[in-house]
Design a protein around this ligand. Sequence first.
Ligand code: AMP
Ligand code: ZN
Length: 113
Amino acid sequence: MSECIFCKIASGKIPAKEVYRDDRVVAIEDLNPQAPTHLLVFPVAHHDTIADASSGGGPLAGELIDVAARLGTERGGDAGFRLVVNTGADGGQTVGHVHVHVLAGRRMAWPPG
Ligand code: AMP
Ligand code: ZN
């Protein structure tokens, strides 16, 4: 079975600008940044969506949010940051390996389009 792009980044088969890694979680810079800071936090293990990652009741979804919030705090400082988890077609997910976007460094509109 062929690996998805984030599996290949997690296993080092294709390069990325990594900003964090532990046994279970990787964070990289987004190739097409939508803010001065735009990071992607994802698990080393493949799960399609946040629903899949949390369905077993294990700690993984929380670990992703913990890492994302830590990086957002580091990058956004007192001005804040945004975490986004696009899920499925209506959610705008284009890479089918769950990931948390960390956006910071500019004032962002709400609600999204
Ligand atoms: P989403 O639309 O929520 O699935 O987000 C996928 C994100 O992955 C987009 O922001 C892309 O710019 C980003 N992306 C896709 N391929 C790569 C890559 N090889 N390295 C870094 N970011 C990527
Ligand atoms: Zn994958």
